[in-house]
Design a protein around this ligand. Sequence first.
Ligand SMILES: [Zn+2]
Length: 343
Amino acid sequence: MQALVLEEKLKLSLRDFPTDDRLGAHDVRIAMHTVGICGSDLHYYLWGAIGPYVVRAPMILGHEGSGTVTEVGSAVKHLRAGDRVCVEPGIPDPNSRATRLGLYNLDPAVQFWATPPVHGCLRPSLVHPAAFTFKLPVNVSFAEGAMVEPLAVGMHAAAKARIRPGDVAIVIGAGPIGIVTALAALAGGCSRVFITDLIAPKLEKAGRYPGITPVNVKQQKLTDVVMAATDGWGADIIFEASGSEQAMRGIFEPLCPGGCIVFIGIPAAPIPFDICAAQAKEARIESVFRYAHIYPRAINLMAAGKIDVKPLITDKFPFKDSVKAFEFAAHMPPTSVKVQIEL
Ligand SMILES: [Zn+2]
């Protein structure tokens, strides 16, 4: 079967690739329809590694996917052939301690698509556990279905923040994850969200959503803006979605006493932060690693019209131009947010 294969760093090919596609009793076979390109796919393409995960053998890329069920295993009850679905890309060991505790995203044995050596979903067909395959409502398109994966990260962060109705939040970084985190925070009850970046077109895109106030930190000091808007109290929640060392400096300044900060962005290297500043506000510090138990909630919010990811899907390529899609995404103009490939 044809697949988009990362042969090694900077070398992609669309070629025939042998895969093991045996259908188990609890599996479904899915004809893939739409796959989004994620920052991690690009990172493997450009650098051949993310931290300890190194591409040592050809690997199929892609983990943000939606498609149609074509066959179900004998024990599958909740899905049938013809169902439109989106697919959660991490498969944990069901018997692991982390999974039994409900923390399946933290299972050290989790098999996550397009994280070496596990193959991703940029191929016409694949087999996946039915338990990690979710039916799309009629009013959610395949393109939106493929956005559930990145949205799930923002939703997980919003859940970790334990938002109370009316909270004011800050999202640092207006990339795809920053924007979906802002949307998740609003859907979760925040009254308004300030989003920061250095790149004007990204902020402009984010600022088109009602409830999101863009702050260009090249021109304005975030703390000044937030303090002015909150009678000098500060924001209840800060979502760090940039992973940048620069953003870490003074990160507790715009936070209110007793506020919460959630670390989402992954810094390229360890970075220092000011514990004393955190203590002075008794800041609650949370972190996220992907997500768990979030897909149905993300789909529900999309179906209810409370989260609209459509404006974020900016570029589409057919599967035959997958390599071109990656080259485009690697040098994406700042007006683009999410590049998707249609099979
Ligand atoms: Zn992703």
